[in-house]
Write a protein that binds this ligand. Sequence first.
Ligand code: SAM
Length: 285
Amino acid sequence: MKLYNKSELMPLLESFGFNFSKTLGQNFLIDKNILDKIIDNSNINKNTNVLEIGPGAGTLTYELCKRAKKIVSIEIDNALIPILQHNLSEFNNFTLINDDIMKIDLKKVISDNFGSEKFILAANLPYYITTPIIMNIFEGGFNVESMILMIQKEVADRIYASPGTKNYGALTVGVGFYARPEIICQAPPHCFTPQPKVSSVVIKLNVYEKPPYYVNNKEMFFKTVKSVFSQRRKTLVNSLSGSPFINCDKVKIEKNLKNMDLDLKIRGEKLSIEQLAELSNQLFK
Ligand code: SAM
């Protein structure tokens, strides 16, 4: 089945009376080259478990089912369920769940299907839920090995940013704390049907077994990060001392900046993940 082939996909969708939903971010992949890159870079083999979010018509799912051990796909749109059942009927390593990824009990889905085994996350994500999904999976403490994701270019730029640049922010630090991001390829609008207004990027997040940054209090680290980037025009001292998320006085912050050999007028956005971790460790012992 060549679902990446628009001339095969469209008549099939029509035969089921399917209409694309804009609100569900439905832009289906129709580019074989991009599909191959996703598969090649996901390092899937017969021992791999895959959790897929938003399978659509099953274009990526089909390729995953051919190669992986077990695939569990979660799709919100009822109208796609018979289409997916039809397109993936030849596989017995495929489980389809008709639910909303933002509401489903993901812990249960993962333990029911993968037990304590590792899995990878694969998704051509609806743009409106990209960031919460990525962060929920990280923060859920799941045994996820890597994530291979199609995301909006602008979000990829924020994930893959360097300190001091305009794209560097809470998302860069939040993702970078848990994983090493790797840009796989660009996917311009013509790689999808219907064409989205924005360009996309395939990104791989290689999840660290153990974050390389030591933090003694994860909650306070993330509150520090939130404080820094919600007031990013201010100096680090002012954004932290005036933050509603943490309680820290100026003198203490200045003392710790001096200990770290940092300028007292520095803005928080200049600090690397390692420096933010060190600062939060000093402030919240
Ligand atoms: N993976 C397919 C592909 O690459 O052709 C479809 C990708 S399309 C960008 C996003 C898919 O996510 C759609 O099938 C859409 O119905 C589904 N989706 C949107 N919101 C969802 C949610 N909250 N939970 C689960 N699936 C969702």
